[in-house]
Design a binder for this molecule. Structure first.
Ligand code: ZN
Length: 268
């Protein structure tokens, strides 16, 4: 794939500060960055956005808002406030997409938790619309239902988007989370026009832990090229974001990790 489509999610090389990351990306011809909020926090969103643009890079999205589920109403209100701040940061940073990791099952109640997520998204949508920010629901693999997201399939994310049906709401397709899904191609078609991000990494057997054993592009079982092609065929013209949370790759030098990503991306 053309490197001009490539974005790097900052969690892929977490040891780099923002200035070092910008130098590393621009030196490799990688044109875009998806920062996590903690990466830009030391500089403030306005300054960080200027630094990224001054380096000649684009911003594919800000990672992340969400986490709407909580056992009591005070905590759920705090989550809404935090999402308001995340929307402001996205606006100040100069991106128009905020990724939502929606929050885990709480109170041993998956359906009730999904209702909290629905209500939480509805509560922050007015702020997103006002700021011109689009919210991308990112479904996570079901193994993360108890600690990160009760929304566990692309089909479910598309249903949730359709139930709320707001132009500022879309979905994120992260192949690590949805590659296994029955009828994935159909769900990608259903998401057409509402796909706000495409995240790629690979699933290498056996996984060593649910959070940080993602594989390098091409090392695992996911048909990354095939599914990417399906997404690009659905009016998705954004970046293809490489997001590899991996103890193995975090133990390598970030320069080496980025070199391998660049090569593998171009081989896709
Ligand atoms: Zn992702």
């Amino acid at each position: 794939m053309d490197l001009r489509r490539c974005a790097i999610n900052s969690i892929t090389v977490p040891s780099l500060t923002l200035p070092h990351l910008l130098t590393a990306l621009s030196g490799r011809g990688i044109p875009a960055l998806a920062p996590w909020r903690d990466l830009i926090a030391p500089y403030g969103a306005v300054t960080a956005g200027r630094m990224i643009r001054d380096a000649g890079l684009s911003i594919s999205s800000l990672c992340r808002g969400g986490m709407f589920t909580a056992t009591d109403a005070t905590m759920r209100r705090a989550a809404i406030e935090d999402n308001r701040r995340a929307i402001e940061e996205a606006d100040e940073l100069g991106t128009d997409v905020l990724v939502l990791v929606c929050g885990p099952v709480v109170d041993r109640d998956p359906d009730g938790s999904r209702t909290m997520i629905h209500d939480g998204i509805e509560a922050i949508l007015p702020y997103a619309r006002e700021a011109g920010i689009r919210l991308g629901i990112e479904p996570l693999h079901p193994m993360m239902a108890a600690d990160r997201s009760a929304v566990t399939s692309l089909g479910e994310a598309v249903d949730l988007r359709a139930a709320i049906d707001d132009p500022a709401l879309g979905v994120i397709v992260d192949l690590y989370h949805v590659w296994w899904e029955d009828g994935l191609a159909d769900q990608i078609c259903r998401a057409a026009g509402h796909i706000l991000g495409l995240h790629i990494s690979d699933w290498v057997v056996p996984i060593q832990g649910q959070l940080s054993s993602r594989g390098m592009i091409g090392d695992g079982v996911i048909d990354i090229a095939g599914v990417t092609e399906q997404v690009l065929a659905q009016e998705y013209d954004g970046f293809v974001e490489v997001e590899i949370l991996s103890d193995h790759w975090w133990s390598q030098t970030p320069e080496h990790t980025l070199d391998v990503i660049r090569d593998r991306f171009q081989q896709l």
